[in-house]
Design a protein around this ligand. Structure first.
Ligand code: XIL
Length: 397
């Protein structure tokens, strides 16, 4: 009886998938899911697969492959830098919308959704703002007003064009910070106190009631330490729960997903459990900046496969952990890579002592790496129609 129900459910899923035309029945030729793009394969799950976009690379005519892949493989894009405060408002009161508008237009042409990144962050702020606060020419009251105006101006400018906004980014400290007890860190908490977080969500909601509003951070992919007092994921969970309890308009939590193969990292089950727990607060989730870097040794530089292969395999496995966890949780709306080729990855620039790299799913020559194929495999082999309930075998008579 139970089995019949399962089989029926499987059959319905196959029928639905076929009706939705996500499994093209090409006459005479077997359907080859491996030939599909990430975005096509993700569609079957209602999942959006994205990448951060580097506008310089997108506009580099000598590298057409970047633009082609950004368009063909992804169904959502994030501005890697051009929606950050220093880019949008380099001079007080003068906005530079050009590059960000260009990305939004690229997304429209390619039928992609846009993740807005980022409204409030302590990094990549313009010098007029940090300098003004440092020399006392901008008071605390004025700073709060400036933040409100910035959020309002930016969200209003892109109104109706942004699917998810990263409203507040990286507001919580790490166990290696001082003091080591977890706390709200950085420029905004120091100057305005943690109340700026609720304010930011309210101001963003007022400016575009239809955009989903996210809190975004790294090292919150799983509940980890066992000790709630120094568990960053727990701290963010408590923050989100309190914001919800106060009626603050937060819709989701984004886990960035910047991993490194030199660390222990989490299992699929742990990440899935964390995503489920956030969903329990009534929140959507997303993997927002996924990359998995490795240390670059002399052996790696010299092309020693004994050093390269374990890195590529571990990287692929970690991409897969995050993808499978996201697929398992129906509230995990999107899976965004922080760049898709090692040619344009932020990792070598940001992690140089020791040097790190090999963090994305295509190599420097735009050849897909093992990680790319594993992501595809995860999308293909998850749920119906490719994975159906087992068919019991009986002894032959
Ligand atoms: C990084 C960009 O990739 C770099 O190009 C830039 O120089 C610094 O910022 N977390 C975030 C992203 O939320 O905005 C950061 O992006 C990477 C870490």
């Amino acid at each position: 009886m139970k089995l019949r129900r399962w089989l029926a459910a499987g059959a319905v899923a196959v029928a639905t998938a076929t009706a939705l035309n996500v499994v093209p029945a090409t006459a005479g030729r077997p359907y080859d899911p491996a030939a599909q793009s990430l975005r096509e394969l993700a569609k079957r799950h209602g999942l959006y697969v994205g990448t951060a976009v580097d506008m310089a690379a997108l506009n580099d005519a000598s590298e057409p492959r970047y633009r082609e892949l950004a368009a063909s493989e992804f169904s959502t894009v994030t501005a890697e830098n051009v929606m950050k405060w220093e880019s949008l408002e380099p001079t007080r009161g003068t906005y530079n919308w050009g590059p960000a508008d260009e990305l939004v237009e690229f997304a429209r042409k390619n039928n992609q959704r846009v993740r807005g990144h980022v409204l409030v962050w302590h990094n990549q702020l313009p010098a007029w703002l940090t300098g003004g606060v440092a020399d006392g020419s901008i008071s605390k009251a004025e700073l709060r007003q400036i933040l409100r105006e910035h959020i309002t101006a930016v969200v209003t400018h892109f109104k109706g064009k942004i699917w998810q906004w990263d409203v507040v980014n990286e507001a919580v400290s790490d166990p290696w910070d001082t003091p080591s007890t977890l706390h709200y860190k950085g420029f905004w908490a120091q100057n305005l106190g943690p109340g700026y977080i609720a304010d930011a969500f309210r101001w963003a909601r007022a400016a575009d009631p239809k955009a989903l509003l996210f809190y975004n951070d790294y090292n919150i992919e799983a509940f980890g330490s066992g000790n709630p007092a120094d568990d960053k994921t727990q701290f963010v969970y408590d923050m989100a729960r309190d914001l919800r309890a106060k009626g603050v308009p937060i819709d989701g939590v984004g886990a960035q997903g910047h991993l490194g193969t030199q660390y222990g990292n989490f299992s699929t089950l742990q990440v899935a459990a964390a995503l489920r727990k956030f969903a329990g607060l009534g929140l959507a989730t997303a993997l927002t900046e996924v990359d998995v870097r490795s240390q670059i040794t002399e052996g790696v530089e010299a092309g020693d496969s004994a050093e390269i292969n374990p890195r590529l395999q571990a990287s692929a496995a970690n991409f897969s952990v995050l993808m499978q966890a996201c697929l398992a949780e129906r509230h995990c709306l999107s899976f965004t890579l922080w760049g898709f080729t090692d040619k344009h990855s932020w990792v070598p620039g940001a992690f140089s002592d020791p040097p790190e790299g090999l963090a994305t799913v295509y190599d420097e020559n735009y050849q897909p790496k093992r990680a790319y194929h594993e992501l595809k495999a995860d999308l293909i082999f998850s749920g119906p129609p490719y994975v159906l309930p087992r068919i019991p075998q009986h002894p032959r008579r």
